[in-house]
Design a protein around this ligand. Structure first.
Ligand SMILES: NC(=O)c1ccc[n+]([C@@H]2O[C@H](COP(=O)([O-])OP(=O)(O)OC[C@H]3O[C@@H](n4cnc5c(N)ncnc54)[C@H](OP(=O)(O)O)[C@@H]3O)[C@@H](O)[C@H]2O)c1
Length: 345
C-alpha cells in the first residue's frame, strides 16, 4: 500500500497539478489599473468577499460593496478603504432575502454605468427557511435574487462589462442524485418546497447549478445580439468561512473538511486564496472577451470533465447538466417568468 503523503508532499502534488491553486486575489489583479471603472461586489462583509473587494479596490476602481447588515457594512468599508488606500469605496444596503431590497438597490443605483457586477453573496446548507417573499431561502439568495439583480442592472452594464457569479463545485452533486436536475429545480425554485421534502444540501446544489445555467444562457443571448458583455461563473475553492456556520463539527469532520481537533483540511484555501478565481474572472486580461464559462483555480474548466476520480481530478471539470443549452434556456426563462409573475420585472 502506498504511504500517505506528508502535508508538504500533498502541497507539492497539488501545485504541480494545479499551479494556480494558491493564487490570491492580489495575484489576480497584479499590474491592473482600473481607474475609472465601476465595480459592484455583493456580500463583501465577511469571508472571501472582503479580500475580493480589497484587491479590486487596490486597482483604483470605483467600488461599491453591498451589505445586509449596516454595522458589518460599515466595518468592512473601513477595513477595505484602509487596506487598499482607495477612498472611492462605498457601501450600499442589499438583502438578497428580500426582493424589495434588490429592487431598492437597483433603483438607488440609478443611471450610473457598471463595468463589473460580481455576485459573491451566498448562503449554504441552512435549515429550512421560507423568506417573507415565500421563497426557500437558499434558492432566493443564491439564485432568484441574483437573476433579479442582474436583469435590473443589465441596462446599466457598459459595452464590454463583465458579470461573474460565485457558484460552487457543489453544483456537480446534482449529477449524482437520482432525481433529474430539472425536476429538482422546479420543485425547489417554484413549487414552494415544504419542510418535510427539504434537503439543505439539495437546495444548495440546485441553486448553484441553476445560477451557472442562467449565466451560460444570458451570455449566449447577449452574444447572439452582438453584445460584448460577458457572463461567467466560478467556484472559489473550499474555504473555512461563515458559510459553514450552520454545519456541526461532526458534519465538517464527516465531509473531510476538518479533523477532530478542528484543523481545516490541507486542501482548503485561505480567504485571500478563495478570493482569487472570482476576481480573476471579473477583471483579468486573460478573461477578456470570454463568456459562458465556469472557472476554478483561476482557469476555465473543461466542460466535459465531471471528474469523479481522485482528489486532484475532482477539482477539474463541471457537471454535464449545466451545459445542456435547452435546459439553461428553460431555467432562465422560467426564472424570469416567475419574477414577472411577482411583478418584479
Ligand atoms: N467558503 C467556501 O468553501 C465556498 C465554497 C464554494 C462556494 N462558495 C461561495 O462563495 C461565496 C462567498 O461565501 P463565503 O465563503 O465568503 O461565505 P460568508 O463568509 O458566509 O460570506 C457570504 C457573504 O454573503 C452575504 N450574504 C448572505 N446572505 C445574504 C443575504 N440574504 N443578502 C445579502 N448578502 C448576504 C454575507 O453577509 P453577512 O456578512 O451579513 O453574513 C456575506 O457577506 C458564496 O456565494 C458561497 O456560496 C464558498
Amino acid at each position: 500500500m502506498a504511504a500517505t503523503p506528508s502535508p508538504e508532499e500533498l502541497e507539492a502534488m497539488l501545485l504541480k497539478a494545479i499551479p494556480r491553486f494558491r493564487w490570491t486575489a492580489e495575484d489576480a489583479v497584479k499590474g491592473l489599473d482600473l481607474k475609472g471603472k465601476t465595480i459592484i461586489v455583493t456580500g463583501a462583509t465577511s469571508g472571501i468577499g472582503i479580500p475580493t473587494a480589497t484587491a479590486l479596490a487596490r486597482t483604483g476602481c470605483n467600488l461599491t460593496i453591498t451589505a445586509r447588515d449596516p454595522a458589518k457594512g460599515a466595518a468592512a468599508l473601513e477595513s477595505i478603504q484602509k487596506e487598499s488606500g482607495n477612498p472611492e469605496v462605498k457601501v450600499s444596503a442589499l438583502d438578497m432575502c428580500s426582493y424589495e431590497s434588490v429592487k431598492a438597490f437597483a433603483k438607488e443605483w440609478g443611471e450610473r454605468p457598471i463595468d463589473v457586477l460580481l455576485h459573491n453573496a451566498g448562503v449554504m446548507a441552512i435549515p429550512y427557511t421560507m423568506t417573507a417573499d415565500k421563497e426557500e431561502q437558499q434558492m432566493q439568495v443564491n439564485f432568484h435574487s441574483v437573476v433579479l439583480l442582474t436583469e435590473l442592472l443589465l441596462p446599466r452594464l457598459t459595452d464590454s462589462a463583465r458579470v461573474c457569479v460565485v457558484s460552487s463545485v457543489a453544483h456537480r452533486r446534482c449529477a449524482t442524485l437520482e432525481t433529474p436536475f430539472m425536476e429538482l429545480f422546479e420543485k425547489y425554485a417554484f413549487q414552494g418546497i415544504e419542510k418535510e421534502g427539504y434537503d439543505k444540501w439539495v437546495a444548495y446544489y440546485v441553486a448553484k447549478s441553476a445560477i451557472i445555467m442562467y449565466c451560460n444562457h444570458l451570455n449566449a443571448e447577449l452574444t447572439q445580439k452582438g453584445s460584448k458583455i460577458r457572463v461567467n461563473s466560478c467556484h472559489p475553492g473550499g474555504i473555512r468561512t461563515g458559510l459553514q456556520d450552520s454545519l456541526t463539527k461532526e458534519e465538517m469532520i464527516s465531509y473531510g473538511w476538518m479533523d477532530k481537533d478542528g484543523n481545516v483540511s490541507p486542501v482548503f484555501k485561505t480567504v485571500e486564496q478563495g478570493a482569487s478565481t472570482s476576481t480573476w474572472v471579473s477583471v483579468s486580461a486573460e478573461m477578456e472577451g470570454i463568456g459562458g464559462t465556469y472557472s476554478e483555480n483561476c482557469a476555465v474548466t473543461a466542460k466535459d470533465d465531471f471528474g469523479t476520480g481522485d482528489l486532484l481530478s475532482r477539482v477539474k471539470g463541471t457537471a454535464p447538466h449545466v451545459w445542456v443549452e435547452s435546459d439553461c434556456a428553460k431555467v432562465s426563462e422560467s426564472a424570469r417568468a416567475h419574477l414577472k409573475d411577482k411583478g418584479l420585472l
